[in-house]
Ligand binder design. Structure first.
Ligand code: LLP
Length: 463
């Protein structure tokens, strides 16, 4: 589906009130493999299946709304990232995208490491058996307690984010009689957005320590002096949902330059660099993400080239994809409750979830696609807005999309590419019960995060 300026003679139903025109997809029953998990197909009955299971049966067994996650796709993406660098880099899955004990176990089995950014994520990782040395702790304001727990557990690295934290981590490590491996997170002066990147002279954000003005060099000077720290590398994360590799290239170049400056000043060659996460995925058919091997080749070649030019040994690279691993592996399954036609305006299709299970549309104006999955339909495409059941007009799941004109209460529809930052950012607004995450694999389904209950909702109430 593509959004364009109003062409001559559009069909009335395809014109948005804002004056944009949407072309319906050629076949509404088709499922674009770019946005759907790998095992999703439409079967002969017209219904959609995932992992060999019919979505209608899944809805019956687990209820709706539900996040349905394709475990084999998740594992395949882990392996693709792992293999992309030929074992010459470390892949840290960013747990903020979606984390549960089952996910931690899959990561462990597939040879990935894990990036956590809170005590809660750390606790989940450790509880599910991720070896501490394969965990990295992030955060721009880690508490003393979070740092203590991480150092005590023996995490492989803590990514230092401020001058205060350099001292704080060093003191805690020394008190515990340890030397903590750390990286320093720098802000390289590149701000990346979807489809574009803007080089900024000055940083204006809360993360990291600026390269500009020699701040990062000063942080390195201080870290190298402290006995409680073993400075192993430099970290840079430039943004999210990025398609353009140019931002990563600028970032890699500047990080390598810092490594060269460190060598010149201190006679030390730091052995690692981390280029962060942020790689984009397809939310609609208009998006064209890169494959992990292309990304790996591009990052490796730029780092190698820059290091050769600077006379440095090539450091070990690590990356932190979150969305690019889990995002495409899940879809949200909803049941349609009402279809409201506002003549000459818009058609609203209401589902049994909404902004409590996917805040991204309301928060970032994120675009999604949607399909009727409980049956096939030959009806004409109808431009609709898919909305939730919350008490807000901004409770939009999919802003503009085509569904068959015979869409009706009781139909199941699904929004693909909801594996990242949907369950992890879900809320209990209006006392909604957060949906379960159902993992499907090879004809079997199991709940890896159960649906909340009303008891759960009241568990924290006192009195
Ligand atoms: N590493 C660091 C240091 C990060 O801050 C992040 C994301 C990642 C890795 C993983 O980024 P990913 O590959 O998943 O894009 N809630 C927003 C995304 C916030 C991302 C925050 N940091 C969203 O729903 O789009």
């Amino acid at each position: 589906m593509s959004r364009s300026a109003h062409p001559a003679g559009p069909r009335h139903a395809d014109v948005l009130p804002e004056g944009h025109y949407f072309a319906p997809p050629a076949d509404l029953n088709a499922l674009d493999p770019k946005v759907w998990a790998r095992t999703v197909t439409r079967t002969d009955t017209g219904a959609v299946s995932v992992g060999g299971l019919d979505v209608g049966a899944l809805a019956e067994e687990f209820g709706t709304p539900a996040y349905v996650l394709d475990e084999s796709d998740f594992r395949a993406r882990c392996r693709a990232w792992h293999q992309a660098f030929g074992g010459e880099a470390d892949v840290f899955y960013a747990g903020k995208a979606f984390l549960s004990r089952a996910v931690v176990r899959w990561l462990h089995e597939e040879g990935l490491n894990l990036d956590v950014c809170s005590a809660g994520e750390l606790a989940t990782a450790l509880a599910a058996g991720m070896p501490a040395e394969r965990i990295a702790l992030h955060g721009n304001n880690k508490s003393t307690e979070e740092i203590r727990r991480a150092v005590e557990a023996g995490v492989g690295r803590i990514v230092l984010d401020s001058f205060q934290e350099i001292v704080r981590v060093a003191h805690i490590a020394e008190r515990l009689g340890k030397r903590q491996r750390v990286q320093i997170r720098v802000t390289v002066g590149v701000e990346a957005h979807t489809h574009e990147f803007i080089a900024t002279a000055h940083e204006d954000q809360k993360f990291g320590i600026a390269l500009a003005g020699g701040q990062a060099a000063e942080a390195v000077r201080r870290a190298l002096k402290l006995d409680g720290l073993e400075l192993i590398g430099i970290h840079s994360h430039i943004g999210s949902q990025i398609f353009d590799m140019a931002g990563f290239e600028v970032s890699a170049r500047r990080v390598v330059q810092l490594l060269a400056d460190i060598r010149d000043e201190h006679g030390v060659e730091l052995p690692e660099i981390d280029l962060g996460g942020g790689l984009g995925i397809a939310y609609t058919s208009d998006d064209d993400p890169r494959e992990p091997h292309e990304i790996a080749a591009s990052l490796t070649s730029i780092v190698t080239r820059e290091c050769q030019a600077a006379g440095l040994a090539v450091p070990r690279i690590s990356v932190e994809p979150g969305r690019a691993i889990v995002g495409p592996t899940a879809f949200t399954l909803y049941e349609v409750g009402t279809v409201k036609v506002l003549e000459g305006l818009r058609t609203y299709v209401s589902v049994d979830g909404g902004m409590s299970d996917n805040i991204r549309t309301a928060l970032y104006d994120a675009e999604y696609s949607v399909s009727l999955v409980s049956r096939a339909s030959d009806a004409e495409p109808m431009l609709v807005r898919v909305v939730g059941k919350h008490c807000e007009s901004g409770d939009i799941v999919v802003r503009d999309a085509f569904l068959p004109a015979d869409i009706a209460p009781g139909d199941l529809i699904a929004v693909p590419a909801t594996g990242a930052y949907c369950r992890s950012m879900a809320s209990n607004y209006n006392h909604a019960l957060r949906p379960p995450v159902v993992a499907v694999n090879d004809g079997a389904a199991r709940v890896i995060v159960r649906r909340e209950t009303e008891e759960d909702l009241m568990r924290l109430d006192v009195g």
